[in-house]
Write a protein that binds this ligand. Structure first.
Ligand SMILES: [Mn+2]
Length: 280
């Protein structure tokens, strides 16, 4: 059984539109009733390569504690966000309850920058490195000092935009990548079947779904859109397969930005995806 909660995290990309993501969903779809965790706001050191570091760390600690609590109560956390830096919190909470946690990162970006490779300084581009124990120590030691997921237990799924330095990190760590084109060529189900085989060493899976993995012509309410991407049918198929075939630890559905959701479809889609997961 899933327990839904969320955070309108925006400090990982400094975009004010994200601040309203949970309120917008709760007001538009009362039945969702997403329990809201407030962002932790801190005095900042104003590091250009780690923007809002203190606030991001403080917020992720809160998200991790709530994720941990939900799992220990026997339920499966379903987290709604907010910028993708929040996944450092959910994955840390999941790691506290799993000895070989796997990570399926469904995203148009690889989000694997570090404080050294970053161009923007936005922490929402760094969670995958931090989760594996690389990059800034404050980020990699959220909730526990241990790495949360081993590089060989990470799958990047649907990627179509990687910075050159991110490519270097992916190659150096030998991270498994399914680009969007590869997924479309072999089909969503077959690609996930290969991912499952690849992840044979894990005990539980954390799924982190970024709405920008989808086509921005359809899903306009995201902060960093990339041309092309999954449609609604692809994503529903994906979650059918995931729920049926993996032992799930926890799920994120993130990066809903109401400020860019000009036709309201991104909110509507997010609601139907969350409803579908909760009914599973
Ligand atoms: Mn992302």
């Amino acid at each position: 059984m899933f327990e839904i909660f969320g955070c309108s995290m925006h400090q990982g990309v400094s975009n004010d539109g994200l601040k309203k993501c949970i309120d917008t969903l709760n007001e538009t779809f009362c039945e969702l009733n997403i329990k809201k965790i407030d962002e932790g706001i801190c005095q900042e050191d104003n590091l250009p390569n780690l923007r809002n570091l203190n606030g991001v760390v403080k917020t992720c600690q809160k998200i991790a504690a709530e994720t941990d609590r939900i799992i220990k109560s026997g339920k499966t956390p379903l987290f709604v966000g907010g910028d993708h830096s929040s996944a450092m919190g959910t994955v840390a909470g999941a790691h506290a309850n799993s000895s070989h946690l796997g990570l399926l990162w469904i995203d148009s970006h690889s989000d694997i920058n570090t404080d050294v490779s970053t161009i923007s300084g936005n922490i929402h581009g760094m969670p995958v490195s931090a989760i594996m124990g690389f990059g800034n120590e404050r980020l990699s030691s959220i909730y526990s000092e241990q790495p949360k997921v081993l590089p060989q237990h990470v799958v990047l799924f649907g990627v179509r935009d990687m910075d050159p330095l991110e490519k270097e990190i992916v190659e150096r760590l030998n991270i498994k990548v399914f680009t969007y084109d590869q997924v479309m060529e072999i089909g969503v189900k077959k690609a996930l079947g290969q991912a499952k085989k690849y992840l044979k060493g894990i005990d539980k899976l954390h799924v982190s779904f970024d709405l920008d993995s989808m086509n921005p012509e359809l899903i306009k309410g995201v902060t960093v859109p990339v041309a092309s991407g999954f449609d609604a049918e692809d994503v529903f198929l994906m979650f059918d397969y995931i729920i049926e075939n993996f032992k799930l630890s926890s799920i994120d559905v993130v990066e809903f930005n109401p400020a860019y959701d000009t036709d309201g479809y991104t909110a509507e889609f997010t609601n139907s995806l969350l409803q579908k997961i909760m009914k599973a």
